[in-house]
Design a protein around this ligand. Structure first.
Ligand code: AKG
Ligand code: FE2
Length: 497
């Protein structure tokens, strides 16, 4: 039975072109794996989703006899109540009422009702925001040529808008983080309010960027756009050459607010996407684009769609579109009964600097999650590991050593050079794999630093690689293309002169 290995990173030290050498169909590549590779290449990636909620007058929700309506259908037809935002107003903001009361509170109702004074509150909210920064190289940067927006921290405001009760989080969980029947990967979504942002015309914007994950479990971001008129400000989200546009602009002609009445078309719009997707907010040309952003984390045992609920709606992996193809393809023995390794490069990036706790498989996204579930269901014993490929010179050095030791038979159990101070060639013949290795499978995520003398002898190379992981015996049959840029997993530092 072939075993599968996914990796989310590889050594960053090797040029992509060289790595690509190993990704194309290799000589003697089993036919069934070739066809599976072609099928995976054609997969479109699901990386974002979105929707809208109409807003209406608060409902009386009472029958004529005074009893409350509990009917599910009418519950679902209900429009969302108008949204209230309250925020701290510190002393000295120039407002007489505020300067008399320390830490007073201001309030805004959305959508604003013409003639109800909401426009003045909206103006105040915009004024009370601070300039929004963004993360670059571990620092918070303020650069208005890159991001021109206002922000308010969640410690300074509260809102009646709740992404859980509106069903947004359930939808995001179903689409971006589905739980699979009978899987150990039951996961739910926890959304944490991160900021209120205001992008104002004529030049509010946020140029292309990738969000900084706040912790290892973060898999995505949710943006909720509040019902405030604005033009422009489209959100564009990209992944692997595909792009989705979320256009929430409302032209003044479209809006039909009348004095004292809520606009019938007023809606809350939202979009959710995986954190590793590049995205940008195009220029807002007029009005204010006001958003609530949430960081979303994959968690076990919370949320409505986890496998912990009594009647969950979990996916069955056999009903995933790729299931039949993969099962059929892999049921033909690609390796003549000898076993072998199939590799799939993760199509998304994951935060994983923590040595002992990897966020995976809980936070696997999109196609990565689908393949993981199918491989698990087929009992292929998949593993998620960091992978390092030997660069060409090192590989040549190993080949030379193997040529020099034609009698080398492969490792003898119980011999560990990492416990021996001097390693002779004889000892090496007892520890190196039978055939020249090319891939080293890491024990755990997180960069491994190895210190030693000049890398000259075979045992020093061996020591470096085995400090990081295990040689993969035989080739890895990669089904997907390696990510454009890998991440440094293994560093060798020379000590002494
Ligand atoms: O407002 C948006 O649509 C996206 C904002 C964004 O990219 C961010 O806050 O990081
Ligand atoms: Fe962002």
């Amino acid at each position: 039975m072939p075993s599968s290995q996914s990796s989310s990173s590889s050594t960053g030290s090797e040029p992509a072109a060289k790595r690509a050498r190993h990704n194309g169909p290799g000589e003697g590549e089993p036919e069934n794996l070739k066809s599976l590779r072609l099928i995976l290449e054609k997969q479109t990636h699901l990386f974002a989703c979105g929707g809208s909620l109409l807003i209406g007058e608060p409902e009386k929700n009472e029958e004529e006899d005074g009893s409350k309506s509990t009917d599910l259908a009418s519950e679902q037809k209900k429009k969302h109540d108008p949204i209230t935002i309250r925020w701290d107003v510190k002393d000295g903001d120039g407002n007489t009422a505020d300067s008399q009361v320390a830490n007073a509170c201001a309030k805004l109702n959305l959508p604003s009702v013409p003639g109800a004074g909401d426009e003045a509150s909206l103006k105040r909210l915009v004024e009370h925001c601070q300039p929004a920064t963004f993360g670059r190289g571990g620092k918070d940067i303020l650069d208005e040529s890159y991001r021109r927006a206002g922000k308010m921290d969640p410690t300074a405001f509260c809102t009646t808008f709740d992404p859980y009760s509106t069903g947004i989080i359930d939808t995001v969980a179903q689409v971006l983080l589905p739980s699979v029947y009978d899987s150990a990967t039951h996961r739910g979504v926890r959304a944490e309010l991160y900021k209120l942002n205001v992008y104002s015309g004529p030049s509010g914007k946020f140029k292309p960027h990738v969000d900084t994950p706040r912790s290892r479990g973060q898999f995505g971001s949710l943006v909720v756009c509040l019902p405030v008129d604005h033009e422009g400000g489209q959100l564009k989200v990209r992944h692997k050459g595909e792009e989705l546009t979320f256009d929430w602009s409302t032209t003044p002609q479209k809006a039909n607010g009348k004095e004292g009445k809520l606009d019938d078309n007023a809606a809350v719009q939202w979009a959710a996407f995986y954190s590793d997707c590049e995205h940008e907010v195009l220029e807002v040309t007029s009005g204010h684009r006001i958003t609530l952003t949430y960081n979303m984390y994959a968690v076990r045992g919370s949320g409505r769609l986890t496998g912990h609920s009594l009647s969950p709606n979990p996916l069955n992996p056999t009903h995933l579109p790729l299931f039949d193809t993969i099962q059929r393809t892999l049921s033909q023995d690609s390796f003549n009964g000898q076993g072998g390794t199939i590799g799939v490069w993760c199509s998304h990036a994951y935060p994983h600097n923590h040595k002992t706790e990897s966020p995976l498989p809980d936070a696997l996204k999109g196609l990565d999650a689908v393949l993981w579930e199918i491989f698990q269901y087929l009992r292929l014993d998949p593993k998620i590991k960091p992978v390092v490929e030997m660069n060409e010179n090192t590989h040549d050095f190993y080949e030379w050593w193997y040529d020099e030791h034609p009698d080398h038979k492969g490792p003898v159990s119980g011999v560990d050079v990492n416990k021996i101070s001097y390693v002779s060639d004889d000892t090496l013949t007892n520890v190196l794999p039978k055939t020249t290795p090319q891939w080293v499978i890491g024990h755990e995520f997180g960069k491994v630093d190895v210190e030693g003398d000049q890398l000259e002898d075979m045992w020093q190379y061996h020591f470096m690689y085995t400090s990081f992981g295990d040689y993969n015996v035989g080739p890895i049959h990669w089904l997907t293309k390696a990510p454009g840029k890998g991440e440094l997993q293994l560093a060798y530092t020379t000590v002494g002169t």
